[in-house]
Design a protein around this ligand. Structure first.
Ligand SMILES: Cc1cc2nc3c(=O)[nH]c(=O)nc-3n(C[C@H](O)[C@H](O)[C@H](O)COP(=O)(O)OP(=O)(O)OC[C@H]3O[C@@H](n4cnc5c(N)ncnc54)[C@H](O)[C@@H]3O)c2cc1C
Length: 549
């Protein structure tokens, strides 16, 4: 908590060039790009970093092949470019992946036509991935025997990319980058109110977590900023309204859910399977570690707070059971974890006519609006895939508001340089790091540590060299070393056990609740992360575990 306490101390009575409200992907990239270009930045979120929409995505970094159905060529072109850029900047975190789409008799497209579309998509993506392929039904079966090809006419494979670790850890990498560039970032700090006084915003903040004695829960304090970036995702309109700001755009919500289940693929686990559901909408089976994730859905809702309900579960399980040849049909008992969130979709303000259009055809593009009088930049909508553009566009708008920024050297994102990577791999090889692990089906430790920690991975090697017990797994069912926990405790601003289990790691998504709860290592995890608050954190975490059928 030392880092968070120090940052809260900096927020208290501080004066910043920019206050970024909301630390989902849009707020995190905004803070990273602004701090990286020399602005003094404060970043707050009333929950954990990336805890809302940004932790509920499909983890795909993609140009949106399916948006071609709505002829959104500029959107697809821009997203493909963003995808290519991210793949280049994050070669170890974002991997190209094949999407094998099986098309049955009810699918809206014949395989040859889908192949034509995939070729166009490949071209729109500037040939930044491997080429698409066309298959007949036997070819699909040979590629993935688990697909039920009884009514399949054929299919295609096209290429996109995905985040190997989870979305919220990706968000956190931008928060870290902002902190390293000098930003004061704090999770569990809520914006209560903000008032424009002269040439600045005076903002009332509330600490909604923390030590009862130290930086107190519920404590309110003030900070000031010349400008505000409203990156509150599904809540941007609420904040703008409170500040008396009118905008050309507003947000509507589309709910999407995912179910995490045991691995469904038998052939290549590093591939996404794509199917049309009964409503002719594409859904996917996406790899996540040793698990498969089924999703997603697209349901209009009026509230940003959602949960997976019985209808969602039944629908997705029925869809997948009808399209895959599984040894046993999947049931709710197979569900390891669930995710539910709302896409904040952008529409024009005023009138309700937009809501009469086909819901699933609403665009996924983002809009950025600047209010010169109140000095507010608002980010509407967006995708994880578009994050670098959002970071750059927000910085341009903030500059227009009069905050001087240094030239963009594009060094506020991306993995460390190849030479640094090579040195890490050399050191890991010399100490025989990979031989510390003999678990089946796990990736080499060297890859894992480098991907998760980048430059900080050198510290982990040093810890393991100094104390070999640091190289031991801390929970049998999860891939986490003792050294990683110590490192995370110091650098990752973990306030609750859930922050670690669900967002910094993806343990809660890929390990059964029973295995987590019964793991002898869980207490040690809590002790390393929270010291004398461990017991309280364990109790709170276990109390919120859902009772599953
Ligand atoms: C089901 C689903 C699947 C998706 N799949 C993909 C995908 O595969 N690829 C892709 O590129 N995109 C995908 N997306 C889209 C992407 O996840 C979202 O566009 C993105 O996460 C939105 O980020 P955000 O930062 O705008 O919002 P959020 O992540 O919701 O962040 C907003 C933050 O603002 C904070 N906040 C609000 N009010 C306050 C306040 N008063 N004080 C302090 N903090 C406040 C909230 O706590 C929240 O953390 C998907 C979305 C969904 C729902």
């Amino acid at each position: 908590m030392a880092l968070r306490d120090a940052n809260i101390a900096r927020l208290r009575d501080g004066l910043f060039d920019v206050l970024v409200v909301g630390a989902g992907i849009n707020g995190a990239v905004s803070a990273a790009s602004l701090a990286g270009r020399g602005a003094s930045v404060a970043l707050i979120d009333r929950g954990d970093f990336g805890h809302f929409t940004s932790q509920e995505s499909s983890n795909l970094v993609w140009g949106g092949f399916k948006y071609l159905e709505n002829y959104e060529l500029p959107l697809v072109f821009n997203l493909c470019r963003s995808r290519n850029r991210l793949m280049k900047a994050y070669p170890d975190n974002i991997k190209e992946i094949g999407f094998l789409a099986a098309l049955d008799e009810t699918a809206p497209y014949k395989p040859w036509f889908a192949a034509l579309g995939a070729t166009a998509y490949w071209g729109i993506g500037l040939f930044g991935t491997d080429r698409p392929r066309l298959f007949d039904a036997d070819g699909i079966k040979a590629e993935e025997p688990a697909i039920d090809t009884t009514t399949v006419r054929g299919g295609i494979q096209y290429q996109d990319a995905y985040l190997i670790d989870n979305d919220s850890r990706f968000v956190f990498s931008f928060v870290r980058s902002a902190i390293e560039a000098g930003a004061a970032a704090a999770n569990y700090v809520e914006l209560v109110s903000a008032e424009r006084v002269g040439d600045r915003w005076v903002v009332r903040l509330r600490n909604v977590a923390g030590d009862e004695e130290g930086s107190g829960v519920g404590e309110e304090f003030t900070t000031s900023a010349r400008t505000i970036v409203n990156a509150a995702g599904p809540f941007v309109d609420e904040l703008n309204r409170a500040w008396g700001l009118t905008t050309e755009h507003r947000i509507v919500y589309s709910k999407g859910i995912h179910l995490v289940v045991p691995r469904l693929t038998t052939e290549h686990h590093d591939r996404v399977l794509a199917f049309f559901d009964d409503t002719q909408r594409l859904f996917y089976v996406i790899p996540m570690g040793r698990r498969s994730v089924i999703g997603t859905t697209d349901t209009r809702v009026d509230e940003p707070f959602t949960a997976v309900d019985d209808d969602d579960r039944t629908f997705l399980l029925e869809q997948i059971n009808a399209r895959m040849d599984l040894p046993q049909p999947l049931t709710v008992r197979d569900i390891i974890a669930e995710r539910s969130g709302v896409r904040p979709l952008v529409v024009q303000s005023g009138g309700s006519d937009h809501l009469d259009v086909d819901w699933t055809s609403l665009s996924r593009k983002h809009e950025i609006e600047r209010d010169d009088e109140l000095a507010v930049v608002t980010v509407f909508g967006g995708k994880l895939t578009d994050c670098l553009n959002v970071g750059e566009e927000v910085a341009d708008e903030v500059q227009e508001l009069g905050v001087p920024l240094e030239k963009d050297l594009h060094n506020w994102y991306g993995e460390p340089a190849p030479a640094t990577r090579a040195e890490f791999y050399r050191q890991a090889r010399l100490m025989k790091l990979d031989s510390l692990r003999d678990k089946p089906d796990t990736e080499p430790l060297t890859d894992r540590l480098w991907r998760r920690y980048g430059r900080r991975a050198f510290d982990l090697l040093e810890m393991i060299r100094a104390d070999p017990t640091m190289g031991e797994d801390i929970m049998n069912s999860a891939d986490y070393l003792r050294a990683e926990l110590h490192n995370s405790a110091e650098h990752e601003m973990i306030v609750t056990l859930d922050d670690f289990m669900r967002r910094r790691s993806k343990i809660d998504l890929v390990v059964h609740d029973d295995d987590v709860v019964g793991s002898p290592g869980l207490r040690e995890v809590a002790e390393i992360l929270f010291g004398d608050r461990a017991e309280q954190q364990l109790d709170e975490y276990l109390a919120q575990k859902p009772a599953r059928v």
